[in-house]
Design a protein around this ligand. Structure first.
Ligand code: SF4
Length: 389
C-alpha cells in the first residue's frame, strides 16, 4: 500500500498540568483555570480541517494518543467528544489503540471508568517511583499509595492494557530503591512498563540546581548498573525490552509509539504538537510541521485559520534517511534492511559506511535482515545517535 494510503497515528496534546515538575521540559502550562471547553473546541476544529486535506482524507486510524501535559485534567466528556469526532472523520482500524496518559491522583482515578466507556482502551500511568522521598524530589504531587490505588482501579474498571511509567537515575536513588520500585511495579503485572532515565534538560529548575551545585547526577557506572538491573529484572518476569526505555509482554507493545519508531505517518493536533507525513515520487521524502506552542495563541489561530501551523519543512533524502535510522535504532529489532532500501534506494550499510566500524566495535550487528544495536551499543546509544542528528 502506498504510504499516503496507510493507516496513521493521531497524537492529541493536552498542555495543562496542575503544577510543573522540576525536570519537565515538555510544552506544559499551569493556569488558574483550564480552558477545557475552548481548547477542546479548537481540537475538534483542527481535526475537521485536517480530515479534508489531501494528506489525511479517507485514511484509517490505527492509534490515538492523548499526551501532555496531563490529559487526565480533561473530563471524560471532552475526551469522548474528541474520540467521537475522530471516529466520524477517519475509519478506525479494528485493533485501534487509544491511549490516555494519566496521573495517579485521586481526582484523576475517579474518571478512569468513564474514560474506558468513552473509547480509551489503554492508560499510561505516571507512577515514576513508589519511594516517597524520590516522588518528593521529582516534584510529583501524588503519593505512592495513590499509585497503588490507581493501579488497582485500572484493573477494577476493566483496562487490560495499561503501561506503568517509572523514572530511574534520580540523584540519591540507590540500586536497592530501584529494586524495590521494580518489585512493586511487577506485583501489579503490567502488560507494559516504561523505565525512563532521568535526564536534566537545559532551562529546567533541575538544570539550575545542577549548575548551582545543589544536585549531583549519579555517576555513570551507577546509571549503567541501574539500566542492567532493569533489563534483567523485567526480562525475568516476561517483560521483553523492545525499545531502549520500553518493555512489554509479547503482543502488548505500544502501537502508537512503535509507529513513530518505524517511521510511520502521524498527525499531531494541539499546542506544540508535531506531525509528519511521508511523500513519494519526488525529491521530497516527507513533510513535517508543528503547531503554535502557546495554548492561547494556538486557540486563536485555530479559530481564525482552522489550523495553527507555526513552522513546517520539507524533508529531503539525507534527513529522512538519518531520521529513519535514528528512531529505528531505538527499537531492539532495529532497522529493517528491506524497509530502509525500499524507501531510500540503498542498504543502511551502504548509506552509512560507519556502521561497519560500529559492528567491529561490537556496538551494532547487521544480520537477519536488520541493523540493530547490541546490548553494549544500547548502553552508549546517545553517542551513536548524534551521528544521525
Ligand atoms: S506531570 Fe508530566 S507533563 Fe506535567 S509537569 Fe510533570 S512531567 Fe511534565
Amino acid at each position: 500500500m502506498a504510504p499516503e494510503k496507510q493507516p496513521f497515528s493521531l497524537y492529541i496534546h493536552i498542555p495543562y498540568c496542575v503544577s510543573k515538575c522540576p525536570y519537565c521540559d515538555f510544552n506544559v502550562h499551569v493556569v488558574s483555570k483550564i480552558p477545557e471547553r475552548e481548547y477542546g473546541a479548537a481540537l475538534l476544529r483542527e481535526l475537521e480541517v485536517y480530515a479534508r486535506s489531501d494528506h489525511w482524507r479517507g485514511r484509517g486510524l490505527k492509534s490515538v494518543f492523548f499526551g501532555g501535559g496531563t490529559p487526565s485534567t480533561f473530563s471524560p466528556q471532552s475526551i469522548g467528544r474528541i474520540l467521537e469526532q475522530a471516529r466520524s472523520l477517519f475509519p478506525f482500524t479494528e485493533d485501534v489503540e487509544v491511549t490516555l496518559e494519566a496521573n495517579p491522583e485521586k481526582e484523576d482515578q475517579k474518571h478512569f471508568s468513564a474514560y474506558r466507556s468513552c473509547g480509551v482502551n489503554r492508560l499510561s500511568l505516571g507512577v515514576q517511583s513508589f519511594q516517597p522521598r524520590l516522588l518528593k524530589f521529582l516534584g510529583r504531587l501524588h503519593s505512592a499509595d495513590e499509585s497503588r490505588e490507581a493501579l488497582r482501579v485500572i484493573r477494577q474498571v476493566g483496562f487490560r492494557n495499561f503501561s506503568l511509567d517509572l523514572i530511574y537515575g534520580s540523584p540519591g536513588q540507590s540500586l536497592a530503591d530501584l529494586q524495590a520500585d521494580l518489585a512493586e511495579a511487577l506485583s501489579f503485572q503490567p502488560p507494559h512498563l516504561s523505565a525512563y532515565n532521568l535526564t536534566i534538560e537545559e532551562g529546567t529548575p533541575f538544570h539550575h540546581q545542577l549548575n548551582a551545585g545543589r544536585i549531583r547526577p549519579l555517576p555513570e557506572d551507577e546509571e549503567i548498573a541501574m539500566a542492567e538491573l532493569i533489563e534483567e529484572t523485567l526480562s525475568r518476569s516476561g517483560l521483553e525490552r523492545y525499545e531502549i526505555s520500553n518493555y512489554a509482554r509479547p503482543g502488548w507493545q505500544s502501537r502508537h509509539n512503535s509507529n513513530y519508531w518505524q517511521g510511520g505517518d502521524y498527525l499531531g493536533i494541539g499546542a506544540g504538537a508535531h506531525s509528519y507525513v511521508s511523500c513519494e515520487g519526488n525529491s521530497v521524502f516527507g513533510l513535517r510541521w508543528h503547531d503554535e506552542r502557546n495554548p492561547a495563541r494556538y486557540m486563536e489561530m485555530v479559530k481564525r485559520e482552522g489550523t495553527a501551523v507555526a513552522e513546517s519543512e520539507s524533508v529531503g533524502l539525507a534527513k529522512a534517511a538519518a531520521e529513519f535510522m535514528f528512531v529505528g535504532l531505538r527499537m531492539m529489532n532495529g532497522v529493517s534492511t528491506d524497509d530502509f532500501s525500499g524507501r531510500f534506494g540503498k542498504r543502511p550499510e551502504e548509506f552509512y559506511p560507519q556502521i561497519g566500524a560500529w559492528v567491529e566495535e561490537g556496538l551494532m550487528e547487521a544480520r537477519g535482515g536488520a541493523v540493530r544495536l547490541t546490548r553494549r551499543g544500547v548502553l552508549v546509544s546517545n553517542s551513536i545517535f548524534v551521528n544521525f542528528v
